[in-house]
Ligand binder design. Structure first.
Ligand SMILES: Nc1ncnc2c1ncn2[C@@H]1O[C@H](COP(=O)(O)OP(=O)(O)OP(=O)(O)O)[C@@H](O)[C@H]1O
Ligand SMILES: [Mg+2]
Length: 253
């Protein structure tokens, strides 16, 4: 079972942000996507999640073609993402921001929710309990009632991850999840990502921190100028002369 990209392409006028990209993100492992600034990494996640039209190619989610599906349908199909440029409701509490993620599993009718009928109350309580357990998992219980916008970037990223996990996705697409975190925080997240993968989720990890990627990923893909220039186990792909040249030639060395 996997998320597959087949010859995925994206052009912005004269700029080719993605050129015939073929990738597989299997469940149960962490797959890395690296490359210098502007290589086209975020564009890949934007296309997978339906936030950006594709110019060519296909996106297959466990053999279902989701290439032109709407973002809501893609979320319901079991895909969740986090954003490189954090997107949270800054004025709302951390808990409220997480509760938004449960939207996919809200089964109550609007009426029963409006009048607080028992089924709805039960479900609301169950959802709140799940949100609290996510907060515990991420070591963020103390911040449940804080306005999310007042937190450090590292903590705001965790809020996004909890919101993504609240939808109980089969696949998580993480765009630079440890940017702004110290080593202690990123080590905790490394363990968490490993647990999520062991539990059967497929994880696509975009990250500039090579040490982090190498530690976690079974396989990595390397993009440069929208093209895949290498793929394989980190130790092997990172030794590829094309990868070394891309990093030395770019601003990211
Ligand atoms: N909405 C857009 N409109 C026009 N060009 C875009 C758009 N989004 C991305 N691009 C261009 O596509 C290319 C790839 O951008 P992308 O953001 O995917 O790179 P990235 O690998 O995520 O870079 P970074 O490491 O800096 O986040 C860049 O040349 C960028 O300017
Ligand atoms: Mg990016």
């Amino acid at each position: 079972m996997a998320l597959k990209l087949v010859n995925l392409s994206k052009r912005f006028g004269g700029v080719t942000a993605s050129a015939d990209v073929n990738m597989t993100v299997p469940r149960g492992t962490i797959t890395g996507l690296i490359g210098p600034n502007g290589a086209g990494k975020t564009t890949i996640i934007n296309m997978i999640t339906g936030m950006m039209d594709v110019s060519g190619g296909q996106i297959l989610l466990e053999d279902r073609d989701i290439t032109r599906a709407a973002p809501d349908d893609i979320c319901r199909a079991g895909l969740a993402r986090t954003f490189q440029n954090i997107r949270i409701l800054p004025e709302n509490s951390v808990l409220d921001n997480i509760l938004i993620g449960f939207h996919r599993h809200e089964h109550c009718s609007t009426l029963s929710a409006l009048f607080g009928l028992p089924a709805s109350r039960q479900e609301t309580q169950a959802i709140r309990d799940k949100a609290r357990s996510l907060l515990t998992q991420f070591g963020m219980s103390a911040y449940a009632d804080y306005p999310a916008g007042g937190l450090s970037y590292g903590h705001q990223r965790k809020v996004e991850m909890m919101r993504a996990l609240a939808s109980e996705p089969d696949y998580m697409l993480l765009d630079e999840p440890i940017a702004g975190m110290n080593d202690v925080e990123s080590d905790i997240l490394a363990e968490l990502f490993q647990h999520l993968a062991e539990a059967g989720k497929g994880i696509l990890l975009i990250e500039h921190n090579i040490r982090f990627v190498s530690k976690l990923c079974e396989k990595i893909y390397v993009l440069d100028g929208g093209r895949l220039i290498a793929e394989g186990p980190p130790a092997q792909a990172l030794r590829d002369p094309a990868v070394i040249a891309a990093y030395i030639g770019g601003s990211d060395a």
